[in-house]
Design a protein around this ligand. Sequence first.
Ligand SMILES: [Cu+2]
Length: 165
Amino acid sequence: MKKILLPLALLLVALAYFVITKQMRPAPAPMGGMSGMSGGMSGMAMQPAPAGLDLARKRRSDAGLFVAEIAPQSPDFDRNTIHAWRLTLKDAAGNPVSGAEIKADGGMPQHNHGLPTRPEVTPGAEPGQYLIRGLRFHMPGWWELRLDVAAGAQHDSLTFNLMLE
Ligand SMILES: [Cu+2]
């Protein structure tokens, strides 16, 4: 009896896997035998972002210590060319936070890859102003931009969601 149970269990797992993957992925369009890498890549790029994604460009940090607002330095920026975003950083009381050490990171959660560049955050001209330099987003879709903020003894982080075409 035990000899039958193991193959049966494996068969069930395989069947369940087949059913689940079949339901999660839209059926690929027939491509006349050319369903290689390029088909797979474009399929990834077209993946819709999760519904209800918070796309606010002004948000409170995870522990509530800071409020940060971001905006592209140039409104008509080309996401696939290295460019900069402005960052305004305030404390919970609304006072600008200058002199913070800020690290920027990010990636595409649906593709399991990070940023293609290593952006740097430098102080801007006004109090609480910074520039996130060296950003490039090489694919359209849902990107996360994470900021790690250290100001004096205060340390907090926050994550923006960007939908880029
Ligand atoms: Cu990607």
